[in-house]
Design a protein around this ligand. Structure first.
Ligand code: NDP
Length: 484
């Protein structure tokens, strides 16, 4: 007799035949009474949840974060109280614009989202493999993404939409230069850096706040694909990066990143020449050197892609005691939009799913809602304040007050903002081969775009660095005199 368990319906009733439908005679028709057939088809129809509007295609793995550098004077977070502390993590890498079945080797930023299951609750670092972003005001986010997705008439990706938006949004110059550089297509997910991108904060028991930027430096070394290599791979293996990550971990080759921090005392933000909460800018290392904090290692593959990777829900607002957000407008909007997307996509109780739930006790008064699959806090009191020993708030979790000022208004974020120096700095640090790749990649993406858009964009390249503008203009067969 076989050792396989007996197959059942979802209610546990044994199934006698999973090969033949229940029919009136051998030629049919099928009978409505075939409960098992109906259950099978109905469940199959509901197998998909809506894919993420952005970052749909991803790969994930579990790992461990170990603290190697002492930052306890900056934060009272339990995780950072001593060198040697550690916690489990779950990481999801992704492309941004492509759908679930899109090729891994597209030129696109890569999502680099890390969930740290700390003893004080989850800390989610929902970053990218680039230190900056295309826009700085969240009011432009849906416009930006529409321009990178599909044309409303043809249903196709369209370079004209992309460059139309970018050329009208000079704040995108820094990120465009990163995206079209050699680092715009990583060789593997293991061979790229991660960045928190936004400015976040740390705070300590003395009530002092520090602004910080998180960096994850690959210990496998940066390796990239040329556009030609990436195109070829895309035609052969859509899941190239996902496959590489899974098989590396499966064979015990565990990727690692050195986790580093730039730290700015709270008051310095008012004096620093670079707007410290502008996600289109970096803090140059000479101003704020990198401080080592820890090592992240990925060492375990998920057992079930849907349960663990597709249902993984990251939120930039998941910040344990001693850690906080910043006034960065994009970050503030993401603190709303991420949990909002999860509620829509996987349901209001998403945080209680195995991959999302903290590795520490959870006590709150949220109740009921769709797919309440745990005990719903049983008979416990469901309002607060109460006289029956329900959970209570505790002042020690409150962040130090943040001084803010100014009139409520819609301020032009482009007024007096330098969108070119840092993009130019990036161009200038590239060697000749990297500059050649950057120029070729841009020319390839812009060659079919209407000339008035090319000219508008060339002005931005020229302002970042005249040689940068000249190089792309030559590739497009445009005389720089027309641009200047
Ligand atoms: P530094 O010389 O101290 O640092 C240069 C940084 O650029 C390093 O982090 C390096 O990463 C990274 N880098 C090198 N080549 C590329 C590339 N082709 N694409 C993306 N990043 C690359 O200079 P600054 O701190 O003054 O920054 C100069 C410019 O470097 C910035 O304008 C920005 O564009 C870029 N940069 C800066 C970062 C920062 O946080 N300051 C972070 C990443 C990029 P690595 O060490 O991994 O090789």
């Amino acid at each position: 007799m076989s050792n396989c368990p007996v197959m059942t319906t979802a209610a546990g009733n044994g199934i006698g035949d999973n090969q033949n439908s229940l029919t009136a005679g051998p030629r049919g028709p099928v009978l409505m009474a075939d409960y098992q057939l109906m259950e099978k088809m109905a469940h199959f129809n509901r197998e998909r949840v809506p894919e993420r509007v952005v970052h749909a295609k991803g790969a994930g793995a579990y790992g461990k974060f170990t603290v190697t550098g002492d930052i306890s004077k900056y934060t009272c977070a339990g995780l950072f109280s001593a060198v040697g502390n550690s916690c489990e993590t779950f990481v999801r890498f992704s492309t941004v614009a492509g759908e679930l079945g899109s090729p891994d080797t597209a030129r696109d930023p890569r999502g680099f989202a890390v969930k740290f299951y700390t003893e004080d609750g989850n800390w989610d670092m929902v970053g990218n493999n680039t230190p900056v972003f295309f826009i700085r005001d969240p009011l432009k986010f849906s416009d930006f993404i529409h321009s990178q997705k599909r044309d409303p008439q043809t249903g196709m990706r369209d370079n004209t939409m992309q460059w139309d938006f970018w050329s009208l949004s000079p704040e995108s110059m820094h990120q465009i230069t990163t995206l079209f550089s050699d680092r715009g297509i990583p060789a593997t997910l293991r061979n790229m850096n991660g960045y928190g991108s936004h400015t976040y904060s740390l705070w300590n028991d003395k009530g002092e706040r520090y602004w910080v930027k998180w960096h994850f430096k690959t210990l496998q070394g940066i390796q990239t694909l040329t556009q030609a290599e990436a195109n070829k791979i895309a035609g052969e293996d859509l899941d190239y990066h996902r496959r590489d990550l899974f098989s590396s971990i499966e064979k015990g080759d565990f990727p690692k990143w050195r986790v580093m921090l730039q730290i700015m005392p709270e008051q310095e933000a008012e004096r620093y020449a670079i707007h410290p909460f502008d996600v289109t800018k970096v803090w140059p290392h000479k101003d704020y050197p990198l401080v080592e904090v820890g090592v992240l290692e990925l060492n375990r593959n998920p057992q079930n892609y849907f349960a663990e990777v597709e249902q993984a829900a990251f939120e930039p607002g998941n910040l344990p005691r001693g850690m906080g957000a910043s006034p960065d407008k994009m970050l503030q909007a993401r603190i709303l939009s991420y949990p909002d997307a999860h509620r829509y996509r996987i349901g209001v109780n998403y945080a209680a799913l195995e991959v999302n739930k903290p590795h520490c006790p959870v006590h709150h008064y949220h109740r009921d809602g769709q797919t309440r699959f745990d005990g719903n806090f049983g008979s416990g009191v469901n309002y607060q304040p109460n006289s029956f020993d329900g959970p209570v708030d505790a002042a020690k979790y409150q962040e130090p007050p943040l001084k803010i000022s100014g009139d409520a208004d819609r301020y032009n974020h482009r007024d007096g903002n330098d969108d070119y120096t840092q993009a130019g700095n990036l161009y200038r640090l590239m060697n000749a081969e990297q500059k050649r790749q950057l120029t070729d990649n841009l020319v390839g993406a812009m060659k079919d775009v209407p000339k008035f858009i090319q000219l508008r964009q060339l002005q931005h390249f020229y302002q970042a660095d005249p040689a940068y503008g000249q190089g792309v203009a030559s590739g497009l067969g445009i005389d720089m005199k027309e641009v200047i």
